[in-house]
Each structure stands twice: as structure tokens, then as C-alpha cells.
Design a protein around this ligand. Structure first.
Ligand SMILES: [Fe+2]
Length: 407
């Protein structure tokens, strides 16, 4: 039987007959004016407020979004597969990276993910968990069509997202008031109260996502993903006040701690894996962004206090693939960076060889500087429950890496 998925409550995900890839933007978006705007120039080094979740605690189920038949097929297979990637947004970078090339880079990744979900079955990814930077450079609603809805128009699965710094960045003509509040378009498209059509979708059918907040837990069969929002700076990523150093509340870390504590019995019983997703990587060997020690310490402290470490930590932001190991709690936890979704691949710094240690994180495999995405599989069949994370670069069979975690 053919036809596209219809999710819970009549949600739609993909076009029935997707047209060819765009080769030019509908709305040009160099964002130069915004970078030079009075508000941005004055506030670019400051954090922005974190929107209060719509629901408390901010938690949702995959079954709230996908249809009952797909959910029960996952249950019967005792296995779930999903995609993850960050930094897919396409924008004109500079004269040497024109719009057509940016769109082609994003399309290369997204078209491959769309092809992977076609046909369904237990090996088809059930959803995409986007690791942030959906829309460059200032997350404006007018660019959601070119950078999100159009590229993902054939991806016939739900898309969840945590915001990246570019999704939350703001600008404005007044020195102390942004023209549009931070994350306005992100909230409209990913944290809608109901799954209607987004005004930013340009007539495409994908229903708005109904996340309870910009940080939230997605409870899926066999896996829970705790997504955090690490704010608007190019660096560092920040999720708390860090002991009063930043003008932010500590609600997100409290949320992380309580979600880990909630999930601990199910994880201990090997009923589900627990994944943490945050846009800024706690460790990175790229030449531009580097890692974020305060963020890593916040995560460590929450895990320590809850008595549960995630099985893997996924991040974006640095525009390449990297895999670190963080040795804690008697385990080597993979910290995977996949900001490789299509925006401006960035090389690692010269000394980033496997074995290099950055803070408490050891680079395990050589970074891959190419566009690509992650496929995460949680396999509960048999007695050896396991989680695997694989990176593939479409069309480059040699650029591949994967790691398996025994649950
Ligand atoms: Fe970013």
C-alpha cells in the first residue's frame, strides 16, 4: 500500500508529489543588515531569555504525533530507528558560497534522509531529531520555507528540534528592543499548541510540531531523548546561571536532573535508552567553535546527582562530524557532534588526531569534514540490548563512522 503517513490527529509530514529541489531562495537572506543592526551590535554577547514551556514538565510522547499503526509496529519489532543532525539551514555564506551551492549542500543531506524513510518497515527511521540551527542566520519566520519546509518536503516523518544559537538570535533597529522576540518563529513552528498548518510553510503540508517547549523530553518506544536549549551565543553554550555567572534561571538543569531520575528505573531495567541532545557540543575540536566547559560541567553535575548518565550525548553547532568519549561512572559515553547538515563545513584544528583529549573528553575517531547525518538505532531484540549511532555522508561510502553502546 502506497501513500504518505497520516499521524495522530491527522498530522501530515510530506508532500504526496514533491517537486524538484529549489536552486534559488524565494527570500534572499544574507542577514548582513541584521548583523549590523543596533540591537545586535549592542547585545550580541548576551544571552536571551529561555521561553517558559507550554506544559510542565515539558514532556511528550512519539505516540502523540505518529499514528497508532506505526507505533505498534515499532513495539512489535522491539527496535526503533531515528535520524539526528544539526545545522541544516541553508543561507548564502559569502561570495564564494552562493545560494545555489548552499541549497545543494542541504538537499544532499535531507534528500538522503528522505529516501531512507521511504517504504517504512522496522528499519526505516521513525522521526528526525534536529540538533539545532534549523534556520540561519536569525531564525526568522520568512526563511522557514527556503531553509526548512521546502528542503524537508519529501521527509515523510515527524521532525522534532532543539533550537540552535541561530534559531534564537535577534536583531533590531532600536538599541534595546529586538524587532522580533527571540525564538518567535521557532515556537510557532516547533512548539505550536496544535498541529495546524504553519503560516511559514508556504503552502506545504507539513503540520506544525507541538513540542511542549524549546527544552523537552521526547518519550518514544525504547528511547527517551532529553533535549536542552543552549542559547544564542556562538560560544559558549549555556543552560544555567553557572552559579550566578549568567542572568539565566537554573530550571533547565533542574529539569534535566529530574528527567534523568524519572528515567533511571526504566534504563536500569533495560527497557529504554536515554539520550541527551544539546546544540552546543561540550567538546569540539573544530577550528572555529571549540567546546563548552561550563555546559559539560552542568551536564555532569545533573547526571551525578540523578545517578544516571545518558547512553550518548548528541550535539551540532560545529560543522563537521566528531566522536568523543567521556569517561564517567565507569563507562565511556560517546559525545557525538553532527553539525554536518549542510551549512559550511568547517575543518578541525591541525592537532585533532584520535586520542587527543579536550577537558574530560577524548577524541575517538578522526573528524569527518563533510556533510552527512546520524542514524540512531535502539535494538531491544534478544538479550543484548544495544544502541548504535552511525554517521553517513551521502555518496561517500568511505566517510563513515559508528559506535555501539551495550545497554
Ligand atoms: Fe550553531
Amino acid at each position: 500500500m502506497g501513500g504518505n503517513l497520516v499521524g495522530a490527529g491527522g498530522r501530515l509530514f510530506a508532500e504526496v508529489k514533491p517537486g524538484p529541489d529549489e536552486t534559488a531562495f524565494q527570500v534572499n537572506n544574507t542577514s548582513d543588515v541584521y548583523y549590523n543592526s543596533p540591537y545586535y551590535l549592542r547585545h550580541k554577547d548576551q544571552l536571551q531569555p529561555v521561553p517558559r514551556p507550554r506544559v510542565n514538565p515539558p514532556r511528550m510522547r512519539l505516540a502523540d504525533v505518529l499514528d497508532a499503526k506505526t507505533i505498534s509496529a515499532i513495539g512489535a519489532a522491539k527496535k526503533i530507528v531515528f535520524h539526528a543532525v544539526g545545522d541544516t539551514g541553508a543561507a548564502k555564506v559569502d561570495r564564494t558560497h552562493p545560494a545555489g551551492q548552499a541549497l545543494a549542500h542541504e538537499a544532499r543531506v535531507v534528500d538522503a534522509m528522505a529516501a531512507a524513510v521511504q517504504g517504512g518497515g522496522p528499519d526505516a527511521p521513525a522521526f528526525l531529531f534536529h540538533l539545532g540551527d534549523v534556520v540561519y542566520h536569525f531564525g526568522e519566520g520568512q526563511y522557514y520555507y527556503d531553509q526548512f519546509y521546502e528542503p524537508f518536503r519529501a521527509y515523510d516523518r515527524p521532525i522534532f528540534a532543539i533550537p540552535g544559537n541561530h534559531d534564537g538570535m535577534v536583531f533590531g533597529d532600536a538599541p534595546d528592543r529586538p524587532k522580533v522576540g527571540t525564538l518567535t518563529a521557532f515556537l510557532r513552528n516547533f512548539c505550536a499548541a496544535s498541529p495546524g498548518t504553519s503560516p511559514d510553510a508556504g503552502g506545504l503540508v507539513r503540520s506544525a510540531m507541538t513540542q511542549p517547549g524549546v527544552y523537552f523530553t521526547l518519550d518514544a518506544p525504547f528511547v527517551s531523548i532529553i533535549g536542552l536549549y543552549s542559547n544564542v551565543l556562538d560560544g559558549p553554550g549555556v543552560i544555567s546561571s553557572q552559579g550566578g555567572h549568567y542572568p539565566l534561571g537554573d530550571g533547565q538543569v533542574a529539569f534535566l536532573r529530574s528527567e534523568l531520575a524519572r528515567l533511571k528505573p526504566q534504563r536500569t531495567a533495560r527497557e529504554r535508552a536515554v539520550i541527551l541532545a544539546v546544540h552546543h557540543p561540550p567538546a569540539s575540536a573544530d577550528s572555529k567553535h571549540g567546546g563548552t566547559t561550563g555546559l559539560g560541567s552542568d551536564i555532569d553535575a545533573a547526571c551525578q546527582s540523578a545517578g544516571l548518565w545518558p547512553d550518548v550525548v548528541l550535539s551540532g553547532h560545529a560543522h563537521l562530524y566528531q566522536r568523543f568519549a567521556h569517561h564517567v561512572g565507569g563507562r565511556d559515553i560517546p559525545y557525538v557532534v553532527a553539525g554536518s547538515g549542510g551549512f559550511a563545513a568547517t575543518p578541525p584544528h591541525r592537532h585533532a588526531a584520535p586520542g587527543t583529549t579536550i577537558g574530560g573528553y577524548t577524541l575517538v575517531s578522526a573528524p569527518i569534514v563533510d556533510f552527512g547525518y546520524l542514524t540512531v538505532t535502539v535494538d531491544m531484540t534478544g538479550s543484548k540490548q544495544k544502541l548504535s549511532v552511525s554517521f553517513v555522508s551521502p555518496g561517500r561510502a568511505d566517510e563513515h563512522d559508528s559506535v555501539v553502546v551495550n545497554l
